[in-house]
Design a protein around this ligand. Structure first.
Ligand code: RIB
Ligand code: CA
Length: 313
């Protein structure tokens, strides 16, 4: 059996982050070295607490959780309680966490972990704004060549934006951090709205998860039923896009996804298109390809994988 992939999950839970974390915790192919929280969907005090709630829901008090950036690098924090609810994890009624938050700052943990492991050992899975990752890269640029890859949920191109007509939330909240990451020369895999909007929940898909009957299955169903309402109302769809679990699913079954290597550049100045990811999909410029950008998913296979794995918790 091949050795488990060592990963750090950087996250702003958020119901879809929670499902991504549960999928990772249920998968023996992944060794979660630590989970770092960042301000995004809700403020940091809630994203770090929600991260610990999710670890305890999965019975994994052993996973170290770190708090990171309390706000973006330059811009003011923009949150998304309108999507995720006041707590950021509305839906299930999860108990207050009892596992401790690590003392060390998330950025220091990311740097220490990358410098302390052989180059190419650690994958960064980013599920929220990229503030922690960019701060680590600026603080200690030597970590860049040591990162195996960054697999991120963020951006959108053909699908447009979800927080503005042009920008996806994770990139919009901290466009300067995203710019640092896309210029870092680190191998990047991007799960933009173009692919996550094809990973839609549905009544039957949520029912299959609820029918697991476990605390994890029931809580996940409750999270998804709360989370999907926003997108259903907005897009008139039956179900909401399960954004962040696409990042973890890629590590488990990359064949579920299809995309191409191309250049991704981030708008950091224009008021109209701030946070837009300009994807040179048709390679009409000489900008170097800096990311593998996903556009298609086998959504049946994705939900089959997710449900099978959640059954293990
Ligand atoms: O735009 C979707 C992304 O923003 C997801 O990561 C969701 O959790 C929010 O952080
Ligand atoms: Ca997220």
């Amino acid at each position: 059996m091949t050795a488990a992939q060592k990963i750090i999950i950087d996250t702003d839970p958020g119901q879809d982050d929670a499902v991504a974390i549960l999928l990772a915790l249920a998968s023996h192919e992944l060794d979660i070295v630590g989970i770092t929280a960042v301000a995004g969907n809700v403020p940091l005090a809630l994203t770090e607490k929600n991260t610990r709630k999710i670890c305890e829901l999965a019975g994994r008090r052993d996973v170290p959780v770190y708090a990171g950036a309390v706000r973006p690098m330059v811009n003011e924090l923009v949150t998304a309680e309108h999507v995720h609810g006041k707590t950021g994890l509305d839906g299930p009624d999860l108990p207050e966490p009892t596992m401790p938050l690590q003392e060390q700052h998330a950025v220091d943990f990311i740097i220490q972990t990358l410098m302390g492991h052989p180059p190419g050992d650690i994958t960064l899975c980013t599920l929220g704004p990229l503030t922690n990752i960019a701060l680590a890269l600026v603080r200690q640029p030597e970590i860049a060549p040591r990162i195996k890859q960054i697999v991120m949920m963020g951006g959108g191109f053909f699908e447009g934006g979800n927080i503005t007509p042009a920008a996806e939330f994770n990139i919009y909240v901290d466009p300067h951090a995203a710019d640092v990451v896309f210029r870092s020369q680190v191998p990047i895999v991007v799960m933009p709205l173009d692919v996550t909007h094809k990973a839609l929940t549905s009544a039957s898909r949520i029912a299959a998860i609820r029918e697991l009957g476990s605390p994890v299955g029931i809580a996940t169903a409750e999270m998804l039923e709360f989370f999907e309402r926003f997108d259903e109302e907005k897009y008139g769809s039956d179900g909401g896009p399960l954004h962040d679990p696409c990042v973890i699913a890629y590590l488990l079954k990359p064949e579920l996804f299809r995309g191409r290597r191309c250049n991704v550049s981030v708008e950091t100045a224009s008021e109209l298109t701030l946070g837009m990811t300009v994807v040179d999909w048709w390679q009409v410029t000489d900008r170097p390809a800096n990311a593998l950008v996903m556009r298609d998913i086998d959504d049946e296979g994705f939900f089959k994988l997710l449900t099978e794995r959640l059954a293990r918790l």
